[in-house]
Design a protein around this ligand. Structure first.
Ligand code: BUP
Length: 462
């Protein structure tokens, strides 16, 4: 890279929830801010959704350079029995980084590295040895970033890593109640907890932090992060969200007919139901959702997942939903196991409500498109995100609804009741429209997020 045209190397971890915002950032920097951009792609990918997305990105944006990283598989079955395959991949990447990232960075003559939060602690030390500035991209909410930055301080003040975790008061931001803390963090030996704490401690050593957030949606968290009140000596924070979708139209041939179907539905009439790319609902919860959708009379588009990793998801829709479900709802509802272009769905005028697990990307997409959310968090940071949605006012969160590991199945009538209330809620609809306008202002020329990204690029020029 040169001073005029910095070369920024982006290093994502695994899973669509991380890859999608990284590719949006890549294009924003390359097409929007005239940087040279390389994207590290760790191969083989965990899911086929990631492979499709990567292929579509490089086909559509040839200016973004591709740096392949061949990973030896990590056999974690002994060390982390039953661990989530995406967390195992983070671990494999973390262990390979000291060996593989150095040569890659040196060969690319990088002006700056932007590493995924899951790789932060290891990437920062490699980059430091090479004297390449290292930024960390936090792909979740500003609220969660403040929690992550503060969590090590909390542990140190409360008996250390082995101690049980209670409510956590993040200074200047909010209290995260014990019940909203990612389940894994209650177990100090969990693979995710170890990574989470190591990365949280490392944040102060980064040259800066990027977060896919904007002030109007998370006023306290963004202000506290920018103002430096969460923890002492946090580096500069760049709130650059919501990053703009790319419309890659990946795997178009697999996508069935949902586009034409949506075009034929009346405005704001369709309930879009998706619990993200990371987990499958319990079978009996899927059945209860099916019972609701069959009885409710609403139009709906439902993305169903039957397994954690898409390549392993061999079961038929009829196994998951019961024989004849699709025939009985035909015309009124569409169910798919394939990837849909979610941002395009949310942008469609026929969509009136998003029943969502509140993965952060889903939340930002709902906000940017002004679609009200019925929040149904399942695991990880999703309860924290659901609170953001409820506080910002563009959705509702039924806090008593179960999350992963809890037995209780939410019944069809209860879902129906909440959906009817959410769809009829004028205040939520108005708030969704105003959050959409705030999001558009933030990323427009002269907006806060656009300026933050420009400031980040200025620093990369050195
Ligand atoms: Br499923 C699905 N189409 O069919 P989140 C997801 N997406 O475009 P997650 C599709 O994947 P983490 C589909 O729009 C979003 O950009 C969706 O990220 C897109 O949730 C992304 O919403 C999913 O953050 O990841 O997958 O649970 O746990 O990392 O947040």
């Amino acid at each position: 890279g040169t001073a005029a045209t910095p070369h920024i190397v982006l290093f994502p971890s695994a899973g669509m929830g991380h890859l999608v915002p990284f590719t949006r950032l890549a294009v924003a920097l390359s097409a929007g801010h005239c940087c040279d951009v390389s994207l590290v792609t760790a191969l083989p990918t965990v899911s086929s959704a990631e492979s499709c997305h990567i292929a579509a990105l490089f086909a559509a944006f040839p200016a973004v350079r591709r740096l392949d990283l061949r990973l030896a598989p990590l056999d974690a079955s002994a060390e982390f029995p039953g661990a989530d395959p995406f967390y195992v991949r983070y671990e494999a990447l973390r262990r390979s980084t000291p060996l593989l990232l150095g040569p890659l960075l040196a060969g690319a003559s990088a002006s700056a590295l932007v590493a995924d939060i899951a790789l932060a602690s290891v990437a920062i030390s490699v980059a430091r040895e090479l004297r390449v500035p290292c930024y960390v991209f936090f792909t979740a909410s500003a609220t969660m970033l403040s929690f992550k930055a503060y969590f090590p301080t909390y542990l140190d003040a409360n008996g250390g890593a082995g101690h049980s975790v209670g409510d956590v008061d993040v200074p200047g931001v909010c209290r995260v109640p014990r019940s909203s803390i990612p389940q894994a963090l209650h177990d100090p030996d969990d693979i995710f907890t170890r990574q989470f704490v190591a990365n949280g401690r490392a944040l102060v050593a980064a040259d800066g932090l990027l977060v896919n957030a904007f002030e109007a949606m998370e006023p306290e968290a963004v202000a506290a992060l920018l103002g430096g009140s969460v923890v002492a000596s946090l580096p500069p924070v760049f709130a650059v969200g919501p990053l703009m979708p790319l419309n890659l139209r990946e795997a178009a041939e697999e996508q069935g007919n949902y586009r034409a179907w949506l075009d034929a539905q009346p405005p704001r009439s369709v309930v879009y139901v998706s619990f993200g790319s990371r987990k499958a609902l319990a079978r009996d919860q899927i059945r209860e959702l099916a019972a609701w959708l069959e009885a409710c009379g609403h139009r709906f588009l439902w993305v169903v997942k039957g397994a954690v990793v898409d390549r392993d998801d061999a079961c038929e829709l009829s196994d998951l939903l019961g024989e004849g479900f699709q025939r009985r709802v035909e015309g009124r509802g569409l169910v798919t196991k394939s990837w849909v272009e979610q941002d395009e769905v949310l942008r469609h005028p026929a969509v009136g409500l998003f029943v969502s697990h509140c993965g952060w990307n889903s939340v930002t997409e709902a906000a940017a498109n002004g679609v009200p959310v019925l929040a149904w968090p399942r695991f990880a940071d999703q309860r924290v995100n659901a609170r953001v949605v409820a506080r910002a006012g563009f959705g509702v969160w039924v806090e008593r609804w179960s999350w992963e590991g809890e037995e209780a199945v939410v019944g069809a009538e209860e879902i129906a009741e909440q959906v009817v209330a959410a769809m009829g809620d004028q205040a939520v609809a108005e708030k969704a429209a105003s959050v959409r306008d705030e999001a558009a202002r933030a990323v427009a020329d002269g907006g806060t997020s656009q300026q933050s990204l420009a400031e980040f690029v200025r620093r990369c020029r050195g």
